[in-house]
Design a protein around this ligand. Sequence first.
Ligand code: HEM
Length: 452
Amino acid sequence: MSAAPAPLPDPPGPAPSEAAPTPEQAENPLALLMALGERYGELVRVPSPYGQSYLYNHPSFVRHFFHSHNYERTKLLKIALGDGTLSSDGAVWREQRRIVQPAFQPDKVRGFGALMVDEARAAADRWSAAGAANVDLDEEMMRLTLLIAVRALFSADVSEDVEEISQALTLVIRDLGILTSTLFAVPVSFDPQRNRRLRQALGALDAVVFRIIEARRKAPGSRGDLLDMLLLARDPETGAALDDKRLRDEVVTMLVAGHETTATSLSWAWALLALHPAQEARFHAELATLEGRPPSVDDLPDLVYTRGVLQESMRLYPPVWTIARRVKEDEVLGGYRVRGDSAAFVCPFMLHRHPGFWPEPERFDPTRFDEVRGPTIDRYAYVPFARGPHMCAGHHFATQEGTLILAALGQRFSFQLMQDALPEPWPLVTLRMKGGLPMRLQPRATAATRSP
Ligand code: HEM
């Protein structure tokens, strides 16, 4: 009789007694994850009071994470986003994604280019008119990308509602950030006040969104914005349309998923440019080829370095710094046993610095993404928008928006940090900056003042 095969080992990781994060680590989960990776390697077991979790830090494991049917979404975002594309899974997600996808095709997204540039230039005009010497660029990027998201979704229907949407959204995102900490075994006390605040903020957001949807149902197709596209969209397989509840979930998803992420990527890009004069000079040299006229979507194929600045900033400071899934059943990965009913994470912040896939990982080098070097990057070593079926529906939108904003504002100003180091990362739902991004504005001599 042959002996039973030896059971597969668990991946390496700290003993349960060592696994509880210290208060400093709880404050700084990025440092905690980096330390775990450094100590235990590319597949780490992290015990937590909520069960077993695993951290994946090799492209082959990351590929499996994004494609395997044994992984499903965690329920956390459902609180705010219901059955929207970002928070659903299985059949509901498939139907929702099929309906939403056409609105995000590159040809549709191009139609939003002019409003992206207009809003960026309006912000620059506002700073100039106020004679502003300093701005909190992080706050300004949040405001700018929210205005763009709201206009792309609802056209001009809501200018008077922007403030209300903005306030409610800020609260929702902050409170979701606190709840996200539970994923890393950071104890979050049950706080009835916070829950009440979150409910109120969601209620306020829903009231505005339902009002807009109701008004638009009377004249669908009149605006050509994202809301029209969502209203007119039909599932290509079943012919189904979105009902009001699904529409609300999708609209709130677009607002939550679409604005803070893009703003965060821009804030890091400005901070990195300010600290790297040679890269900033090359960025300005590319903008000079526009000869003073504002950028448009037709310029995008030529703005390779500018797009590289955005891509490289998202490598070093990925707005979505961690992506979580639930592992359903036991499985084997890399010769280890991964247990079912556990949590798994990919941390793009860590993966994007893997020295095996990124030469000089800490160096800010936007040419990594140019026509020659870009195609050699391992797809699963660079995942700011995730990969696989759940890959960000808005990635064309975000890349176009980020590139056009960098170009439109970079033509007008050079931004200088008030300190001589990058701000400290602040990992909430997205990778924010502690203390914001106060910057000095320096109007550029070659400022784009000519109209197109
Ligand atoms: C720099 C900006 C952005 C970043 C870094 C980003 C990142 C991501 C990531 C990592 C995911 C996958 C989440 C997961 O797998 O659980 C995702 C999903 C998604 N994002 Fe984005 N995103 C950005 C901008 C946008 C924009 C502008 C929109 C819409 C206007 C958007 C809409 C979505 C949607 C709908 C999903 C869900 C996709 C699905 O599960 O089918 N995102 N995004």
